[in-house]
Design a protein around this ligand. Structure first.
Ligand code: SAH
Length: 356
């Protein structure tokens, strides 16, 4: 499926906005830019702009995403947005998801970088559904802005962005990077609070290393030997573990940012003593140590295996620590609204509170 040709509200760069405002006094650009990105306002609500201009901007710069449902988890600390793409042309039927997670000390938005995913990891709901298309920079930025508007409405400010929604960011790196620059430079988040997660596309990691901002790199490792990883993460056949670790080491060296490994724990598959040992060895190669995020596998319809029991997940963490690797257990968020890691599949039924 092809990308939209007409730009939407958050696609345009500052320079492109300048051209659109040609003939207006120069300070209008500052007013518009700060209205959109600092106040997170819609053009119609940027009241220091003349009404006529607001109306023109509103119609010339439509939103890209149509809200299908907004689901709130029990307790209210996780919000999942289901969007339909191509809103300006009436909607294409393709859907993506964004998750807002409110913690006591921070608020994180998990964004999608593609509609669907071509990486075909069997345990991941997005992978099971296949690839539809890349997202534009504007579609990625809009997810952040609109989730931030929801956070703002309850008095919270988004502090962290993780590219851990649907899609493989490295397969769409130019647009992901365009969005990262906007999130950093215009919305004002620190690069240290932005994490790009990859299935392990080595050329992408190398390209990211040569880009200026020190964003965090997360790698979805899940297995520490090629035989098992080839099965779980098919792209490993093209980018095997030793080469992947070399690319991570280069990233660490250049950016001086900790690299983290994602590890979805699957009962009897990657939660054994031998797995802990192999994983710890890989962690040591990224001195002082890569950080391991342990996620008990979330059940998805297309994958028969079950997640490791929580007690065993903690025992695995302790074992990794004993072996000298850093590890934390990532609490599952939003399982009740199908918003947990790997569950984003755009269209699974949701039974809890829905708007609109
Ligand atoms: N394609 C990128 C971004 C997706 S991030 C990447 O692979 O890193 C989503 C994270 O959730 C990845 O670490 C992914 O492997 C993990 N994941 C996928 N399915 C899962 C599941 N069923 N349970 C737990 N984690 C899962």
């Amino acid at each position: 499926m092809s990308l939209p040709t007409a730009p939407t509200r958050y696609d345009l760069t500052r320079e492109e906005f300048g051209a659109l405002l040609d003939g207006e006094p120069r300070y209008r650009l500052d007013q518009l830019w700060s209205g959109l990105y600092e106040q997170l306002a819609d053009p119609a609500d940027i009241t220091n702009l003349p009404k006529k201009l607001r109306e023109r901007l509103d119609s010339e710069l439509p939103l890209a995403l149509d809200l299908v449902t907004e689901s709130v988890s029990e307790g209210g600390d996780t919000v999942k947005f289901l969007w339909e793409l191509d809103a300006p042309t009436g909607g294409s039927g393709s859907r993506i998801e964004t998750v807002l997670m409110l913690y006591p000390d921070r608020a994180t938005v998990c964004v999608s970088s593609q509609a669907g995913c071509a990486m075909a990891c069997g345990f991941c709901a997005t992978g099971q559904a296949g690839f539809t298309r890349h997202l534009t920079t504007g579609e990625i930025v809009e997810q952040v802005v609109r989730a931030s508007q929801t956070a703002k409405a309850s008095g919270r400010r988004v502090s962290n962005i993780v590219f851990m929604g649907m899609g493989e960011p490295m397969a769409n790196l130019d647009r992901v990077w365009g969005a990262t620059e906007r999130i950093h430079g215009d919305i004002g988040l620190s690069a240290r609070h932005i994490t790009i997660s990859t299935v392990g596309i080595i050329p992408g990691i190398r390209a990211l290393k040569d880009l200026p901002l020190p964003v965090n790199l997360a790698v979805s490792l899940h297995a520490a030997n090629d035989e098992l990883r080839n099965e779980m993460v098919p792209i490993n056949k093209r980018y095997p573990i030793d080469d992947l670790i070399d690319a991570c080491a280069e990233y660490l060296e250049v950016k001086n940012r900790r690299v983290s490994f994602e590890w979805a724990m699957i009962d009897g598959v990657n939660d054994r003593e031998q797995d802990a040992k192999e994983l710890a060895e890989l962690c040591w190669k990224l001195r002082p140590s890569a950080h391991v995020n342990l996620i008990p596998l979330n059940p998805t319809p297309g994958y028969p295996t079950k997640g490791t029991a929580l007690k065993k997940v903690y025992a695995f963490r302790d074992r990794l620590e004993e072996l000298g690797a850093n590890a934390t257990v990532r609490r599952n968020r939003g399982t009740d609204i199908d918003a947990a890691c790997g569950q984003l599949a755009a269209g699974q039924p949701v039974t809890l509170s829905k708007k609109p």
